[in-house]
Design a protein around this ligand. Structure first.
Ligand code: FES
Ligand code: FE2
Length: 427
């Protein structure tokens, strides 16, 4: 098991300093490719995307391509998405089939990865079909999310997630449907964008419309191994004018009424879970904001070769309202931010009936706020290359950034990782 810096969360609370090269240097990007990504659990998708035997969904990051497949016995398995014959990518996106057939020379694989069909095998050198099946990865379903790990003997997911699992359980993600998916290409390093989602210090500058509602100086923090949480009292609802910032009862009533609208049981949630904004980071590349009945999840993916580009997946999830069956998981819609904004991609969008407790108001709030973030991070990326910039200065409010970069450094440790790259805790 990896050793993380001792008392990192306490040390992070004093702030820290971060060399900006971490966000643009090709060498740092390559170190992540070599030492981070092959050694972590990846959120490859949602179990609800592959409800029936034969359903599959893919996930790509750098050289890794994974296909998660619902098995005949309803378990989920994950395989490297590559044909063992000549290396063709087997499938893309998502789909369904009794078997998987490679589009190059039509080798056929069972859902459990076994090679069962080889046209004109006589002409091939002798080999055991058993050795030429799809290579499995470790895969687990937790809280309705499918995770896979490309390593040979990873830390078990239960131990990797640790106490954050109890937090996930509260929200019942497995009872949610993802009713909106957008995929955005951004001109920034994946961490530049991720870090903007780790603090609310920037709300005053970037999201002034949220200031009346969000108490940005009253965040509380939780750390769970490599993962973290931040809670901000009085979330988005007061920003939309449904209550004054000093009226937590109003927030409580507002959230309860939303849950009631969808006949969703939230009685197990403590009051602050109904009134405040909770935000989580699952190391390394997933964050989500939760409200009582749903969440907005963000998955940050590095560009295959360029440090200053990335992809961000935005998913809106909501508990399925009583009396509704799941309407099916939303399709991914690509958004080209050079031509349109995230908000414009939502024009006219309304959550389906099964997610009516989510509310169009929340969609609008997120549309505005996310476009503000996405505009910011491209500008920020340009600044990070400036020869006039020293190490970035992180405050107590930005402690989750300090903490997670310390965790990242623990993965990158080894030859070729020198002090000039490293996060420094403040004294
Ligand atoms: S590469 Fe797949 S069958 Fe040849
Ligand atoms: Fe923001």
């Amino acid at each position: 098991m990896r050793t993380f810096p001792s008392a990192a969360s306490e040390r992070a609370a004093r702030g820290g300093f971060l060399p900006p090269r971490r966000f643009h240097a090709q060498e740092f990007f390559e170190l992540e490719k070599e030492r981070l990504w092959p050694n972590v659990w990846h959120l490859v998708g949602r179990a609800a995307e592959i409800p029936d035997p034969g359903d599959w969904v893919t996930y790509d990051l750098h050289d890794l391509s994974v296909v998660a497949i619902r098995q005949v016995d309803h378990s989920v398995r994950a395989f490297h998405n590559v044909c063992p014959h000549r290396g063709n990518r087997l499938v893309d996106g998502h789909g369904h089939g009794d078997r998987l057939t490679c589009g190059f020379h039509c080798w056929v694989f069972e859902l459990d990865g076994k090679l069962v069909g080889v046209p004109e095998q006589d002409g091939l050198p002798s080999f055991s079909r058993q050795d030429r099946g799809l290579r499995p990865l470790h895969a687990e379903v937790v809280s309705g999310f499918v995770f896979a790990h490309p390593g040979a003997s990873p830390e078990p997911i239960a131990s990797w997630l640790g106490d954050v699992t109890a937090e996930l359980d509260l929200y019942r993600f497995e009872d949610m449907a993802c009713f909106l998916r957008r995929r955005l290409e951004l001109s920034c390093n994946w961490k530049t964008c991720l870090d903007a989602f780790q603090e609310v210090y920037h709300v005053r500058g970037v999201h002034p419309q949220l200031v009346p509602g969000l108490r940005t100086t009253q965040s509380t923090f939780g750390f769970f191994g490599a993962h973290s949480m931040m809670m901000n009292p009085n979330g988005e609802e007061s920003a939309r004018g449904t209550g004054s910032e000093d009226d937590p009862d109003m927030h409580l009533a507002f959230r309860r009424s939303k849950a009631e609208r969808g006949s969703i049981d939230v009685s197990h949630l403590e009051e602050s879970r109904l009134t405040a904004n909770y935000q989580y980071h699952l190391f390394p590349n997933v964050t989500f904001n939760t409200h009582a009945t749903g969440c907005q999840l963000f998955r940050f993916l590095p560009h295959p070769s360029e440090p200053e580009r990335c992809t961000v997946d935005v998913w809106f999830l909501e508990r399925i309202c009583a009396g509704h069956s799941p309407t099916g998981e939303a399709e991914v819609v690509d958004v080209d931010l050079a031509r349109t904004t995230f908000g414009e991609s939502l024009d006219g969008f309304e959550p389906p009936e099964s997610a009516k407790s989510f509310g169009t108001d929340l969609v609008e709030i997120y549309a505005t706020a996310l476009d503000q973030d996405f505009t910011l991070v491209s500008n920020l990326q340009r600044g990070l290359r400036s020869p006039g910039l020293g190490d970035l200065v992180l405050s107590a409010q930005e402690r989750r950034i300090v903490h997670w970069h310390a965790m990242l450094d623990a993965f990158l440790e080894g030859p070729a990782f020198d002090d000039a790259w490293r996060l420094r805790f403040a004294e």
